[in-house]
Design a protein around this ligand. Structure first.
Ligand code: DGJ
Length: 724
């Protein structure tokens, strides 16, 4: 039998570290317990379920129960996951902090200096005098139970310190054995993938200068088989719009954790003596099922003072209606039709500035093209406003076509790390907004256009990845500074133009993150308007982004990006779950279709208070051809669900579907509707409950449910649930 070199198989009889203070943060059903006496500095010993009003004695025991033994083959003190583990502490897994002083002084080992503990927040100040570093760790739990964590590293030494890694870490329960994250591409963002969380790390990096269409918004890990309704799952999101890293890791010494932060380029962050850098916030949420996890993200966002609270204006965006073909007559007719349909915001997309007749030219020259717009944008903007709509305008402030006056006059403002420009994308290069000249020019141009026209909304586009984003040949990496400059410019524009709203668009959802959404009001979820594709794109984006911040538009029936032909009912039902709009040349539709579109607009307006404040419910159905989702009001007084059939079902008629999330004891009236209030059932075979005054309790809806109508593939119905 194998012999231990000493008796490490016995439980240690004396604690290796003192018993001390334990912080217990509680809010919104979440508990975070921090062992402030852990060595070499504090450690989170629990993040997740509310542990109740625990006594000091039990919290201390909980902290002690988390400490490890020494094991054969290991260090004499087994290193553990702390708030900022580093190699010098014996932690041989992914560290929180790495850096050096010109190749030397890479060792860092933080010990506790100070703590400030409140009911829902703890601030821990750590330092390593030998290394000349100070590290602050901020943890807080917001009202809805969302955990926010941030590290701030300061160079207290006397020489420059190059930061390589700075990332927050959150422990997972050991039984979090299955990962869910998302990948994707242009037109198909946020495709889910699931796999085991085995020993080692699963790392997701964004190196595109923006999160990217393939970025995972959420790295989640839970008990195997977790779904939307049930199964404990934790997840994290990096609230940052530049390069970033998010990982899940399981160690052979009994720790499993999530970590995330900014991904710095080589030498990108060099702290002068006395300088500091803050990591982006790593946001953590958990739930019994993904819907509960998502609700915490939504609650956290909705609690912010800058959260858009007025009803989200129904928006018409001109892109797919006219593309670059800007004819005033056509755009005025589009505005007239939009107003008649109930649209409240009209957005003029790409194509209005100098020489911009296609996507090869003009980016950067932010002057209205007077060959196409001899009187400027006034005739259109005034017309839109006179019809009671807000006027919005497209910009792509960070981008430049080499065929532009800007690029010709200021080649030094373009990102490049070499003499040659980086590979182009969509015939464009990227402007370095960290360059003061470039920043001032863009700022002046946008301010000037905003001052001249009644613009209430900017669609802020960003159509390419950043490649070799340095300040010039042989220059320093700039993604960090550029990202901060973008945030600053947006903040300044909003401060100077109160009420201005901004959308973050990046060929659809390639810059979707809660960092940009701290500065803007919504994202353009995807350039793919196909509702069949949108079902998944929207479902997984909404794990993190509140639905009222996600642009969702009715599509042209013949979808431009997929070639599929879809019904208005499907398009409308899918678009209800966010900031509703239209992306379609509605001047071409018949009067009968216009009535139907207007009815969808009216329905979207009726349900938008629910969408903006309620809880998303994704029903875990077993039939792959069926999609059941809904929004339940925050006080469970009302809800709507959609029942969508994406393909034929084996069972026809289908089995009953549950509509969960309402109050068990309350009786609700349940109506099957299409906009206009018409009951939709096959004429030859009515669905009885749809013709009956159907009243069910929340419990009956959640447990037993209703029979969905027989539908063809790619059809959807809406079920509206109101107090009986
Ligand atoms: C990409 C966006 O996602 C589209 O909606 C549109 O604004 C185009 N860019 C315009 O170039």
């Amino acid at each position: 039998m194998f012999a231990f070199d000493d008796d490490v198989s016995q439980a240690q009889s004396t604690p290796t570290a003192p018993v001390g203070d334990v912080a217990h943060l509680r809010s919104g059903g979440t508990s975070v317990v921090v062992d402030l006496a852990a060595q070499p500095h504090p450690a989170i010993v629990h993040w997740g379920e509310d542990l109740g009003d625990a006594s000091e004695r039990t919290l201390q025991s909980l902290a002690i129960a988390a400490r490890q033994q020494r094991v054969s083959g290991g260090l004499d003190t087994t290193a553990r996951l702390t708030l900022a583990p580093t190699e010098a502490s014996g932690w041989l897994a992914t560290p929180a902090v790495e850096g050096h002083r010109d190749g030397r002084g890479a060792s860092a080992l933080f010990t506790l200096r100070d703590t400030v503990v409140n009911a829902d927040a703890v601030r821990v100040d750590l330092a390593d005098d030998e290394a000349g570093l100070a590290l602050r760790v901020d943890l807080s739990v917001a009202a809805g139970g969302l955990l926010r964590s941030r590290l701030t590293l300061r160079n207290t030494g006397s020489t420059p310190y190059t930061v390589q890694t700075l990332q927050a870490m959150l422990p997972l329960p050991w039984d979090a054995a299955e990962i869910l994250d998302t990948t994707g591409r242009h037109l198909r963002e946020r495709s889910a993938q699931r796999h085991d969380l085995t020993f080692g790390s699963h790392v997701r990096e964004s190196r595109r200068g923006r999160p990217g269409a393939d970025a995972t918004l959420l790295l989640a890990a839970g008990r195997p088989g977790f779904g939307f309704e049930h199964g404990r799952v934790h997840g994290a999101h990096v609230a940052w719009s530049g390069n970033q890293r998010l990982l899940a890791e399981r160690t052979p010494t009994g720790d499993v954790f999530l970590a995330g932060g900014e991904l710095y380029g080589p030498g990108e962050i060099i702290l002068a003596p006395g300088e500091e850098i803050a990591s982006p916030e790593l946001l953590g949420s958990w739930g019994d099922g993904l819907d509960q996890l998502a609700a915490r993200f939504h609650a956290g966002m909705r609690a912010r003072p800058q959260h858009p609270r007025r009803p989200r204006p129904v928006t018409l965006n001109t892109w797919e209606a006219v593309y670059f073909d800007h004819s005033l007559e056509k755009l005025l007719a589009l505005a007239d039709r939009a107003a008649a349909l109930g649209v409240e915001r009209y957005v003029l997309d790409d194509g209005w500035f100098r020489l911009r007749r296609d996507d090869t030219v003009g980016l950067g020259d932010w002057y209205v093209d007077d060959t196409v717009w001899p009187e400027g944008l006034h005739p259109l903007a005034d017309h839109v406003v006179a019809r009671g709509m807000e006027f919005g305008l497209w910009f792509e402030p960070e981008m430049v076509n080499p065929d532009s006056d800007l690029a010709r006059q200021h080649p030094e403002w373009l990102f490049r790390g070499r003499a040659e420009l980086p590979p182009s994308a969509r015939q464009q290069q990227v402007l370095n907004l960290a360059h003061p000249g470039a920043y001032d020019y863009i700022s002046e141009r946008i301010h000037a256009i905003l001052a001249e026209y009644p613009i209430a909304y900017i669609k802020w586009d960003h159509n390419r990845d950043l490649v070799d984003a340095a300040s010039g040949p042989g220059g320093a990496r700039q993604v960090h500074a550029h990202t901060l400059a973008v945030y600053r410019l947006i903040d300044e524009l909003k401060a100077a133009h109160p009420g201005l709203e901004i959308e973050s668009c990046a060929s659809g959802g390639a810059r979707t993150d809660l960092g940009i959404l701290d500065h803007t009001d919504r994202i353009w979820t995807s350039d793919c308007l196909d509702p069949v594709e949108r079902l998944e794109i929207q479902r997984y984006t909404a794990l993190v982004v509140p639905p009222e911040m996600m642009g969702m538009h009715l599509t042209t029936p013949h979808v431009h990006s997929t070639g599929r032909t879809v019904s208005l009912a499907l398009s409308g039902a899918v678009a209800l779950f966010g900031h509703f709009g239209i992306e379609w040349d509605v001047t071409t539709i018949s009067d009968a279709d216009a009535v139907a579109v207007a009815e969808w607009v009216a329905l979207a307006k009726r349900v938008r208070p629910l969408v903006a404040t309620g809880r998303l419910v994704n029903v875990d159905v077993t039939d792959p051809g069926l999609d059941v989702r809904g929004v339940v009001g925050a006080d469970r007084d009302a809800a709507f669900f959609t029942i969508t059939q994406t393909q034929t079902l084996i069972s026809s008629p289908a089995g009953r579907v549950r509509l969960p999330g309402l109050d068990d004891a309350t009786e609700y009236r349940v109506r099957l509707i299409t906009p206009g209030g018409l009951v939709q059932t096959p004429a030859q075979s009515p669905l009885d409950w749809a013709h009956h005054d159907t009243v069910l309790t929340g419990r009956q809806l959640a447990v037993t449910g209703v029979r969905p109508p027989v539908q063809n593939p790619q059809q959807a119905v809406v079920v509206e649930i109101t107090p009986a």
